[in-house]
Design a protein around this ligand. Structure first.
Ligand code: HEM
Length: 446
């Protein structure tokens, strides 16, 4: 039997399916999956794309990084910012870096980061008042950035004084939904103010990173004897002579973690708050668990003992996976089912689609954390749910993010609830799945 080209939606000359996809990538992919099945072929922005909707195919792709490396052209855009950090590197470099960095995420380290997570969440709500108004998205972004920097790079870094908040924010401007079309179409040199601000912010961040690196080396040289005990964060691992990283590589990794390590968790938390405010029965059950299990401040042991809190976080990531699709590029022609997929094409593993697929989820649109607690969870194929990817390139920060999301949620939800000041949460699927506008809420003391 000769392999066939997979079916797909009819497109326009030159544009292909770009116009349908750009209008709403999530519902475009859902419609395609429903209509065409296991493998769907479409064309976006000149790329010949193949979307896989069978969890077994997703597993095969994610677990074989030799045949299915990352999609080069997609990563090129990211590479302009984070260079060859863990998320964009391939081959031997990636293998070495993953091995050097992985220990920063062992469970004993995460235990130590837990206190930072709780303290930063407490510091956030110190600024809240009963009946006050906040933009939850920026509150969560700021808190997760603080946690990331303190846990990974040290507590002695003053984000405000170093202008790191503002720089990270300026760098995210081009990715905001309203700016995406310009970002995508404008040539590199175009005098678009937010693009030029993002360039300046990247320069500023690089200077700060080298400065932090110098400070750390200087401080460690001053007290060599207590170095082991004091410093075992990510930065210490990057600097460690055994890791043999030059300063440029260290900079790339620090930038990678600044970007990969806070926005996705902040988005997950934002969606949790939105969903809780729409589902009072879920919120009541969450409060019940918090009141029963926490004695004093939440701890990492609490995070490991939570059942419902964890289910709430997982369920929010099912409905709104921040990484709404994962991309790969076959290194050779491959056959999937009866279909041929050419070398160099774009393989799309659509988290969003599989997370809402009726074959695996009862009433898929409903926010029902209970589904993670009952036996329904046992019958699902492995890759019906993969918010953190899978295989060798699975998110290195997965446990960090899960503990962080639960501890931040627990710390805040023990004392606060929020009322939405908007009706629908409009979302946009760009690099990550982001709310389109501000997520403004009124904060209420419980
Ligand atoms: C809810 C939060 C998070 C989500 C949904 C998420 C999602 C993901 C996904 C889907 C991937 C795999 C991408 C691919 O295979 O192409 C990934 C990789 C990665 N993530 Fe996360 N992530 C989260 C939090 C974090 C945190 C907290 C950190 C660091 C502290 C982090 C650092 C990274 C890095 C460095 C990679 C690249 C790993 C490699 O290629 O070896 N992530 N993440």
């Amino acid at each position: 039997m000769t392999a066939k080209t997979p079916p797909g939606p009819r497109g326009l000359p030159v544009l292909g399916n770009t116009h349908q996809w750009a209008r709403d990538p999530c519902s475009f992919r859902e419609r395609c999956a429903e209509r065409f099945g296991r493998v769907v072929n479409y064309e976006i922005i000149g790329w010949d794309a193949y979307m896989l909707t069978d969890p077994a195919d997703v597993k095969r792709v994610l677990e074989d990084r030799e045949t299915f490396p990352k999609h080069r052209e997609s990563d090129d855009q990211l590479r302009e910012v984070v260079g060859d950090g863990l998320i964009t590197s391939e081959g031997d470099l990636w293998e070495r870096q993953r091995e050097a960095i992985q220990p920063a995420f062992y469970l004993d380290r995460i235990r130590r980061y837990a206190d930072v997570m709780v303290s930063r969440a407490e510091a956030l709500t110190d600024g809240w008042r009963d009946g006050g108004t906040v933009d939850l998205q920026s509150e969560m972004m700021r808190t997760t950035l603080e946690i990331l920097v303190e846990a990974m790079f040290g507590s002695d870094i003053d984000l405000e004084a170093r202008g790191i908040y503002d720089a990270v924010e300026a760098m995210q401007e081009p990715l905001k939904p309203r700016n995406q079309p310009v970002t995508f179409l404008a040539p590199d040199w175009a005098p678009v103010p937010f693009l030029r601000r993002a360039d300046a912010a990247l320069d500023h961040l690089e200077t700060q990173i080298y400065d932090i690196l110098d400070d750390r080396r200087g401080a460690d040289a001053d007290r060599e004897e207590c170095r082991e005990a004091d410093r075992d964060d990510l930065l210490a691992m990057l600097i460690d002579a055994d890791a043999e990283m030059d300063d440029e590589q260290i900079r790339d990794e620090m930038l990678t973690f600044l970007f990969a390590g806070h926005e996705t968790t902040a988005l997950s938390l934002t969606y949790v708050w939105d969903l809780l405010s729409r589902n009072p029965a879920v919120e009541a059950r969450l409060h019940e668990e918090l009141d029963a299990k926490i004695d004093g401040r939440p701890t990492v042991e609490d995070a490991f003992a939570f059942e419902y809190v964890e289910a709430v976080v997982k369920e929010a990531m099912r409905l709104y996976p921040p990484a709404h699709e994962i991309r790969r590029e076959p290194a050779e022609d491959v056959t999937i089912g009866e279909y041929e997929i050419p070398e160099g094409s774009l393989l799309v593993l659509p988290t969003w689609v599989l997370h809402r697929d009726e074959r695996f989820w009862d009433d898929p649109e409903a926010f029902r954390p209970e589904r993670w607690l009952d036996s329904e969870a046992d019958d699902r194929p492995e890759y019906a749910y993969f918010p953190f990817g899978g295989g060798p390139r699975r998110c290195v920060g997965q446990s960090f993010a899960m503990v962080e999301a639960q501890l931040v949620l627990a710390t805040i939800a023990r004392e606060w609830t929020v009322d939405r000041n908007y009706d629908d949460l409009e979302i946009s699927a760009s690099v990550t799945l982001r709310p389109k506008g501000d997520v403004t809420v009124t904060t209420r003391r419980r």
